[in-house]
Design a protein around this ligand. Structure first.
Ligand code: GCU
Length: 414
């Protein structure tokens, strides 16, 4: 009798443990191999990092082509007296050739004049074309397609016009970035890969590698945008005015998702600044709050590899969650900026990612993330992993830039 009761007790315990596990859907651990073995040494971490990179590439972001052998930089503009003498403006066309095909895109670079060079830099992709980030009439108008929306009603038949100059300037704190001693480098999303569903994989870098599409881990837009940022870095390594060892990669929203993947895949980026990247960026899919995999696959099927759609309505079955992207960035500094009304991007879910990343950052010898409780509005958390939530909606505000610059000062100005 005693034995039967004991067995029943064991069974009940095991059963309730399973239920609890299902209900909370435990977070996968970046410090545990797929085999279940724990990472205990840095040599093991090197292997585990590779395993994470392979898994995330296959299941979510898709493959990327190898670094191109045939890449050429044409500096077509240099004005040492731009922005009333505050900056040197350079514009560079990056040409990439693969067999008989070529793609090209432009970098717009402002380098502060008041500080000693080489300077640290912030590089980020923009939404509306290089000419949209500042009203400077010297900026070349993009020839790529430009959306015409309520927010940016400036293009005609998809082409940028002079009305597109500075239309997105409020999200790019050019003067503050320069005043704090950083160069700003930007490139346009459409010149790298089309963000229009009907043109997906038919423009920019995708034209060079059509063979990378007909597979489940296909070369996605996120991977393409990250590729563009890495090619920008290839140029920066050749520019003596820039210290390529001190370059932070920045991005907002979908381009914040791309910035995180660029930081994860290219260790030349010394820091990552992600603004409201949300689903497929810094938020946890497992919480089930805000945008989910189903919506990403339906509305933006070109953003991630086809494989991600296996997890439609099964977000908790992903073999990782977005703290694995931070694990790939670790131990390099990363900052996650969120906004109170940006519910779709689940600010608390981004905070959970920062918390879940603490262990890897500590394992790699940094102080990790010091946030334990969700912070009050406008109370940034600095450290190796930074975080803030500010009032307001989906946007890039001066408050966000000030925190990015303070955070960059801590890590890139020492
Ligand atoms: C949509 C999308 C988000 C994305 C945003 C943007 O709102 O659902 O995932 O971040 O567009 O890039 O502006």
């Amino acid at each position: 009798m005693k034995h039967i009761l004991f067995a029943l007790l064991l069974f009940c315990n095991a059963y309730s443990a399973t239920i609890a596990q299902e209900a909370t859907s435990p977070l996968p651990d970046p410090l545990t191999f797929n085999s279940g073995k724990k990472v205990e040494t840095t040599a093991q971490w090197t292997k585990r990092r590779k395993e994470i990179l392979e898994t995330m590439t296959r299941e979510m972001y898709g493959v990327s082509p190898a670094k191109p052998k045939d890449i050429r930089f044409q500096v077509f503009d240099e004005d040492k007296n731009a922005l009333d003498g505050k900056a040197t403006r350079k514009q560079v066309t990056v040409h990439v050739r693969e067999k008989d095909k070529e793609m090209q895109f432009d970098l717009l670079i402002y380098i502060p004049n008041q500080v000693k060079r080489p300077v640290p830099a912030i590089i980020g992709i923009n939404f509306i074309g290089n000419q949209a980030i500042h009203a400077d009439p010297g900026i070349k108008l993009t020839k790529a397609w430009v959306e015409h929306s309520g927010m940016f009603p400036c293009s005609k038949s998809g082409q940028a016009t002079d009305a597109c100059r500075g239309v997105n300037a409020s999200q790019w704190a050019v003067d503050s970035i320069l005043a704090r001693g950083y160069a700003l480098v930007t490139l346009y999303r459409e010149e790298i890969a089309s963000d229009r569903k009907e043109h997906m994989f038919q423009t920019g870098v995708h034209t060079l590698y059509p063979e990378l599409q007909n597979r489940e881990d296909n070369f996605s837009n996120m991977a393409a945008w990250a590729w563009g940022l890495s090619r920008g870095m290839d140029y920066l390594e050749t520019d003596r005015d820039i210290d390529a060892k001190r370059v932070a990669v920045f991005g907002f929203s979908r381009l914040g998702k791309a910035a995180l993947w660029a930081g994860a895949t290219d260790r030349r980026f010394a820091a990552v600044l992600s603004n409201e990247s949300g689903a497929g960026g810094a938020k946890q899919f497992r919480r089930g709050i805000g945008e989910n995999i189903n919506r990403l696959c339906t509305v933006f099927p070109h953003w991630y590899a086809k494989n991600l759609c296996k997890y439609k309505d099964k977000d908790t079955e992903l073999p990782f969650d977005q703290h694995f992207v931070l694990a790939l960035i670790a131990p390099r500094p990363v900052y996650l900026a969120t906004a109170e009304d940006d519910r779709n991007a689940d600010p608390a879910g981004e905070f959970e990612t920062a918390k879940a990343s603490d262990a890897v950052y500590r394992f790699l010898g940094t102080k990790g993330f010091s946030g334990t409780n969700f912070p009050a509005l406008n109370e940034p958390i600095y450290g190796q992993i930074g975080f803030h939530i500010r009032p307001g909606g989906h946007d890039v505000k001066m408050f966000d830039w000030i925190q990015f610059l303070n955070f960059s000062d801590l890590h890139l100005q020492k």
